[in-house]
Design a protein around this ligand. Structure first.
Ligand SMILES: Nc1ncnc2c1ncn2[C@@H]1O[C@H](COP(=O)(O)OP(=O)(O)OP(=O)(O)O)[C@@H](O)[C@H]1O
Ligand SMILES: [Mg+2]
Length: 436
């Protein structure tokens, strides 16, 4: 098969070289204009127009998620609490460990980094031996293995250790030795700490909260950060409740706080006349209603700007904001569909490709068996498929309804509560992914 494809490719290439050499320049250019205009699309003008058009953006960077603003607004209370908790470290006294909880985009990482940076600047200015270390426990699966995390921490403290091969005791001993090699204070920021609080086989939190027992010279404290407020209870279980730890909870921002935060970014990111104050207010109100996540607001603003630019508009209008909201929602939906298990994808494919708005669960199962038969695979039982349907419903991808037929019993129907165009996009994506 690949032999045939290779030869078709060589043949096509030879043909194009031959035709290219044979045609006169004149004929070539008339052919060029024929092909570029044959369906009325003037490609050149798309590019020419874009060059002439004034950009909506001055600089997109302040809207990107890794941008660090020069000021942190509306978190002075939390920053002060954190600073007061941490300040003993400047006298090489151990401060309480701190847990910071709050929904996504409420400024936890930003606040932690800002306070720790100022602390470090003060310590450096006064020659106080303080090392501050930041790790995101989700990056590179650090939180999934105590070993990996300890190797990373040792590396950040300046000692490379083998990535495998040591016993757990050896790796902890190596970590304690590096930390205790001199009189110093170490502050660890453990961001997205969730796996360390939820993993059954992790003893890291327990050991790190009792590290003093292993040390003679150094003091070590940590800041743990999570956006899963329900993990607050796990803290007591993971570290002994007798050991002191402080908790700071970050409330979601309201519309006027979001407005204040993002208008500063908008000033840096957009040309002055490419947006109005009411656009910033709209984005803030939509975000506050939905989540209070500043990241979401910044994203919405950026995508609205990109849509206005693509549509050659001189200014972002409400239309772009609402369209951006839809686009972000759809992109998110498509990426969560991608991460589903294979069987859940079959179910979603069956429902998204049906011409009916709703399907009975029995019909879904019949169609599922048909696909399995066609693919030569063994179908799962109807019960398992029902379970998958229930799971899809729990995560909000499906809606179901129980229809009563009086004395003939009841049956369940399912539907995708989406616009037809989105439904069709899901169908096409799954067709491709599942090789159907
Ligand atoms: N008070 C604020 N002032 C300025 N920018 C802010 C503020 N709060 C959040 N942001 C911005 O919002 C985005 C998200 O903030 P951050 O990463 O600190 O949230 P988070 O609470 O750590 O979220 P997650 O739990 O998802 O990690 C960042 O771009 C940050 O710069
Ligand atoms: Mg964060």
């Amino acid at each position: 098969m690949s032999y045939i494809l290779k030869h078709i490719f060589i043949f096509k290439r030879k043909l194009s070289l031959f035709v290219g050499g044979w045609l006169s320049m004149e004929t070539k250019s008339s052919l060029y204009s024929y092909f570029s205009n044959n369906d009325g699309t003037d490609l050149r003008s798309i590019f020419d127009e874009y060059i002439d058009q004034q950009s909506i953006f001055l600089d997109k960077t302040p809207l990107l998620l890794n941008y660090t603003p020069s000021e942190v607004s509306h978190r002075s209370k939390e920053m002060k609490i954190l600073a007061h908790i941490l300040k003993p470290i400047l006298k090489l006294e151990k401060p309480s460990n701190v847990f910071m909880f709050g929904l996504p985009g409420t400024g936890k990482t930003l606040v932690a980094k800002q306070v720790v940076k100022t602390l470090k600047d003060v310590a450096d200015g006064k020659n106080i031996p303080l090392q501050t270390i930041y790790v995101n426990c989700r990056v590179g699966g650090l939180g999934n293995s105590d070993y990996r995390l300890l190797v990373k921490l040792c590396g950040l403290l300046g000692r490379e250790l083998p990535r495998t091969g040591l016993s757990t005791k050896d790796i902890y001993d190596a970590f304690y030795n590096i930390v205790d090699a001199k009189k110093q204070a170490i502050l660890l920021v453990l961001d997205e700490i969730d796996p360390l609080l939820t993993r059954k086989d992790s003893s890291f939190m327990y050991n790190i909260s009792r590290i003093d027992e292993q040390l003679e010279n150094a003091v070590v404290s940590f800041i743990g950060i999570s956006n899963n407020v329900s993990l607050l209870n796990n803290v007591e279980k993971c570290i002994s409740s007798t050991l002191s730890s402080e908790k700071i909870v970050f409330e979601p921002y309201n519309a006027s706080q979001i407005y204040h935060i993002i208008s500063k970014r908008a000033k840096l990111a957009f040309r002055q006349d490419s947006y109005t104050d009411s656009i910033i207010r709209l984005v803030s109100a939509l975000t506050a209603k939905h989540s209070g996540d500043v990241r979401e607001a910044l994203n919405l603003l950026r995508v609205a700007g990109e849509l206005a630019q693509r549509r050659s508009k001189p200014q972002i209008t409400e239309e772009e904001v609402y369209d951006a909201e839809k686009k972000i929602k759809n992109d998110l939906l498509l990426s969560s569909v991608k991460s589903l298990t294979q069987n859940a994808k079959y179910i979603l494919y069956i429902i998204s490709s049906s011409s009916e708005d709703t399907l009975s669960v029995n019909d879904v199962y019949t169609k599922y068996k048909g696909i399995m038969l066609r693919l030569g695979k063994d179908p799962l039982t109807s019960r398992r498929i029902h379970d998958f349907i229930n799971e899809l419903e729990t995560v909000g991808m499906l809606q179901s309804k129980v229809i009563s037929m009086g004395r003939y019993g009841r049956f369940k129907t399912v539907c995708l509560p989406l616009e037809p165009s989105v439904k069709n996009e899901i169908k096409k994506m799954l067709e491709f992914e599942l090789n159907l």
